[in-house]
Design a protein around this ligand. Structure first.
Ligand code: UT7
Length: 327
């Protein structure tokens, strides 16, 4: 494996439309107080007609500009999403068309909220196979297309958005991908699911969508597993690389719930100033949450050259993963 694969461009995008906790109070029996104290979320951005590839397109343009590349320089496109525009064609193929390019391979991967870190590892593999590669990884989610706005236990949690990264072996000053660790446990899949429309739960012609079509989650056990798995994998990747928590300059966790983030940070023994949190502004954007946070953290000056950044995520499947980056 080439140890010098780098992220040479980052970008993100969230749609303009904002849904506040006050707006949600008008839709379901909830309150700003409940949402804020239980999750830390104050608002989320939601689409107004845009699809997964539309959000991905803007995030990609921002990442290309950051990398000083053009669409023609890309060699592969991977989109991490569980909310593609359509099942066929893939969101990656739709994005390729919108970028005005042809011929390069394109596919989607689905690892729910861990999708970006999964796609990053696949991209790292492509860079090892093809030394001249410039792999575009975009995590783009229109989670609200699969949210039941009658279900207060889920609809307050999610938002839409996209984050993009470009990986290459030849960047002059990108972030080196030092290591990635991925895990999954399919036996826990029932705790967090979106079933309807899949081949095990097919929608018949003329049939109305019901609750199964939307995100369903058993919040408490998911919360506990999220804390345990993210903490453990963060420890494991550090140990594997002979590093300690003191060697981490910034922790960027999946942005699902501020209480989960605080619990992970406390268990790891990492101070709150070294943890990036933006869940208050975007809610849980599934796979997009980590790359949005990574791009925003750098934009806000929270990452300096030489910093080591630890990404950690957790999601349906269950899937979880961690990545070490050196800027
Ligand atoms: O990205 C993938 C991973 N997803 C996650 O990591 C999410 C993990 N889970 C969580 O973040 C939390 O479990 C939630 C935020 C979803 C829920 O917080 P909780 O502290 O676990 O609350 P709960 O589900 O135990 O519900 C407590 C109470 C219940 O009422 P009773 O039974 O005590 O009377 C719920 O009916 O809060 C009620 N409740 C609400 N009340 C007002 C649930 N949703 C709402 C709501 N507004 N939106």
């Amino acid at each position: 494996m080439n140890r010098e694969t780098q992220i040479c461009g980052l970008g993100f995008f969230v749609p303009d439309k904002v849904l506040t906790n006050d707006d949600l109070e008008k839709l379901v029996d909830t309150s700003d107080e409940w949402i804020t104290t239980r999750t830390g979320i104050k608002k989320r951005h939601i689409v107004d007609g845009e699809a997964c590839s539309d959000l991905a397109l803007v995030a990609t343009r921002n990442a290309l500009r950051d990398a000083s590349l053009t669409p023609r320089d890309l060699t592969h496109i991977i989109i991490a999403t569980f909310t593609p525009d359509t099942y066929i064609p893939s969101a990656a193929c739709v994005l390729q068309k919108k970028l005005g390019i042809k011929d390069i391979p394109c596919c989607d991967v689905d690892a729910a909220c861990t999708g970006f870190i999964y796609a990053l590892d696949l991209a790292r593999g492509l860079c090892a196979l093809y030394p001249e590669a410039n792999v575009l990884v975009v995590a783009s989610e229109v989670v609200t297309s699969r949210v039941n706005f009658n279900d207060r236990s889920t609809c307050v949690l999610f938002g839409d958005g996209a984050g993009a990264a470009i990986l290459s072996n030849s960047a002059a000053n990108g972030a080196v991908v030092e290591d990635i660790l991925l895990k999954a446990d399919g036996s826990l899949g029932e705790l967090l699911s979106v079933k309807g429309g899949g081949s095990a739960y097919p929608l018949r012609f003329g049939q109305q969508a019901d609750e199964d079509f939307f995100v369903q989650m058993q919040g408490r056990p998911v919360f506990k597993h999220a804390v345990r798995f993210m903490t453990n994998i963060a420890r494991e990747i550090l140990e594997k690389n002979n590093l300690s928590v003191e060697d981490v300059d910034l922790l960027i966790p999946h942005q699902a719930n501020n209480r989960i983030i605080e619990a992970v940070a406390k268990k790891l023994g990492i101070s709150p100033e070294k943890v990036f949190v933006n869940v208050q502004d975007y809610g849980n954007t599934s796979a997009a949450s980590v790359p949005i946070a990574l791009a925003e953290a750098r934009e806000k000056g929270r990452i300096s050259p030489g910093d080591r950044v630890l990404l950690v995520a957790f999601g349906g499947g269950f899937t979880w993963g961690a990545a070490l980056l050196k800027f």
